[in-house]
Ligand binder design. Structure first.
Ligand code: KG4
Ligand code: ZN
Length: 347
């Protein structure tokens, strides 16, 4: 089947066409992501109104480009999928309404995809990973541990009680005067820094539930930065390295707790899958390799361009749902909040 996917939940205007074979193998026919970095950089973060307006201006062109690159017209598609949430509601409305218009005109089924479900299933587009698997989703908007049991069947095991990990990277970057998005900038600076210079807190360490808390860490970075101001380049590098070391310790500890929980469950995971923009961080990837080796579970990480937000993940989740007969009404609602564990049969 051929599915068009549309992603507009945050600051990426993205669309893609993917093919899914009857054996469940995936193939990307086209995939275009327009990042609105320039629009938001001035503000050090995503401004929802600016994002919604940019999606409205850019989306038609992006869809035309992916259809052209795949050499298809709408009548040749099997379905149209769009991220219906969770996310910034203005952008979600733009993407979902556009998908509905195409579905209506071309008389194709609409699939209203949960953005988190798309992150959870992306790995199956590029790797043969069987259910169940443990997903660590670490992005700018989300930090969650999920047992992925089947398409439409997810158990929430733990997550952040305040900031997401990517958000903590972005806020740390802002405090230290580094550019947005902060993750890559912090990682670059950390490479030249001393991770032991600052003893930053590791909230939630050794707690029995695999939850995360990041806001205290971010505040600690701010207090240290204020204490030693003005900051030299070396100070910034040392703060970045110390911050990243704390994040690594937190992730490793929370994953160990989570693996322990799963060992005694019916859904003992066959793989550890990592998704979300923070999975692009090499130091974090190395630490995850070590945890996976400890628990004798293979680590599978989708390619970096599929870890960050994109249209192919929405199209793929749409295809996986379509293959199970899950389609949505044209009246499907956009949702700012949409916990993954409530995503099962059609929304
Ligand atoms: O998945 P994503 O593209 O968008 C969301 O759904 O949030 O993730 C973006 C987040 C941003 O917070 C960004 O700073 C972070 O991923 N990120 C990184 C790295 N690359 C991107 N964080 C740490 N290290 C990186 N190399
Ligand atoms: Zn995302």
């Amino acid at each position: 089947m051929l599915v068009l996917g549309i992603e507009t939940t945050c600051d990426e205007t993205a669309a893609a066409v993917i093919y899914r074979s009857s054996q469940g193998l995936g193939e990307i026919r086209s995939n275009v992501v327009l990042s609105q970095f320039a629009e938001h950089q001035l503000y050090g973060g995503v401004v929802p109104e600016i994002a919604a307006r940019a999606h409205a201006e850019l989306l038609d062109g992006v869809i035309r480009q992916v259809m052209d690159e795949a050499s298809l017209n709408f009548s040749e598609l099997d379905a149209v999928a769009a991220a219906a949430g969770p996310g910034l509601i203005g952008g979600v409305i733009v993407g979902l309404t556009t998908a509905k218009a195409i579905a209506l005109v071309a008389a194709k089924p609409l699939i209203a995809v949960n953005h988190l479900e798309a992150h959870a299933l992306t790995v199956r587009l590029t790797h043969r990973v069987a259910f169940p698997y443990l997903l660590l989703l670490i992005s700018g908007g989300h930090t969650q541990l999920i047992s992925v049991e089947d398409v439409g069947r997810y158990s929430y095991l733990g997550g952040t009680v305040d900031d997401a990990i990517g958000e903590a990277f972005d806020k740390t970057a802002k405090i230290l005067g580094l550019p947005y998005p902060g993750g890559p900038a912090v990682e670059r600076m950390a490479a030249a820094g001393n991770p032991k210079r600052f003893n930053l807190p590791r909230p939630m360490l050794r707690r029995p539930n695999p939850d995360f808390s990041l806001s205290g860490l971010k505040t600690a970075v701010r207090l240290e930065a204020e204490r030693i101001a003005p900051l030299s380049d070396q100070d910034v590098a040392d703060l970045c390295a110390s911050f990243q070391a704390a994040i690594v310790d937190i992730i490793v500890d929370r994953l160990r707790v989570c693996s322990g929980m799963l060992r005694n469950s019916a859904w003992r995971s066959r793989a550890l899958v990592v998704a979300g923009g923070v999975a692009a961080n090499q130091t974090i990837r190395d630490a995850l390799e070590a945890v996976a080796a400890e628990t004798a579970t293979p680590l599978v990480v989708p390619p970096p361009e599929l870890c960050t937000d994109n249209g192919a993940m929405i199209a793929w989740a749409g295809a996986e749902r379509l293959a199970r007969g899950f389609v949505d009404e044209l009246g499907a609602s956009p949702r700012a909040r949409w916990p993954l564990e409530t995503t099962s049969a059609p929304a």
